[in-house]
Write a protein that binds this ligand. Sequence first.
Ligand code: SAM
Length: 220
Amino acid sequence: EDERWIREDKFHESFLVSTSDDALEYCVRNSDDNRLPAIAVTALQGKYLHLQAKAIGAKRILELGTLGGYSTIWLARALPEGGELVTCEYNPKHAEVAKQNIEHAGLSSKVKILVGPAAESLAKMDPSQKFDFVFMDADKAGYPVYLEFCKTLVRKGGVIIIDNVVREGRVSDLSITDDKDSNGVRKLLEDLRHSSEFDATTLQTAAERGWDGFMFVWRL
Ligand code: SAM
C-alpha cells in the first residue's frame, strides 16, 4: 500500500468535501458497526458521481450494488424534487443497513432498494421508464449482462459509470484466464469495441488501493 495515494485523497478532500456531514458519517459508522466490508467508493468518488448525475440533470438513477448505501446517498442528493433512485442489492443484510442509513439521511422517499440478484430485478423493470444515470458497482462478472439491460433501460444521452474496471492490472494480463471478475471486464470491453449503442472510456482511479478505475459509458 502506498501512503501517497491516501494522503493525496485526504488533501483534495479537505478542500472539496464537507468535513461535517452527519448522514455520510452515520452511514460509514453504522456500516462498520454492522461489519459490512469497507469497499464503498471514496468521498471524492462519491462526489464525482453526485456531480456527474447533477450535470446531466438526472431525474431517474439506477444503482447496482448498494452495500450500506454510501454511494446511494451521494447520488440521491443529486436528484431534483420528484426524482427517484432505484438500487439493487443481493445481500439482505447489506440492504437492511442501507435502509437505515438512507432513512437517517432523510432520503427514503427518493430511494427504492430492490433486494435480490441485480439481473432478476433488471429483468422485471419497465423499459418505458428510462433511467438517465446508472452506477454499476455489483459483481463484476455480471457487468456484460447489466450493460445489455442498459440498452433498453437507459435513455439516449444517458450516462453509465462502471466501477472497478482496473483489477490490479489483471484485466490486461492475458496469462490470467480463470479470474471471473477480470473476464467480466474483458467481455465488457469486447462488447463496447464496435458498439453502435454506447461509446466509452476508462479513467484510472488510484485512491486507497493504489489502483482501480471507472469506466464512463455514454448511451448513444
Ligand atoms: N456502491 C457501494 C458504495 O460505493 O457505497 C458499494 C457496493 S459493493 C462494492 C458491491 C455490492 O454488490 C455488495 O453489497 C454486494 O453484496 C452486491 N452484489 C454482489 N453481487 C450482486 C448481484 N448479483 N446483484 C446485486 N448486488 C450484488
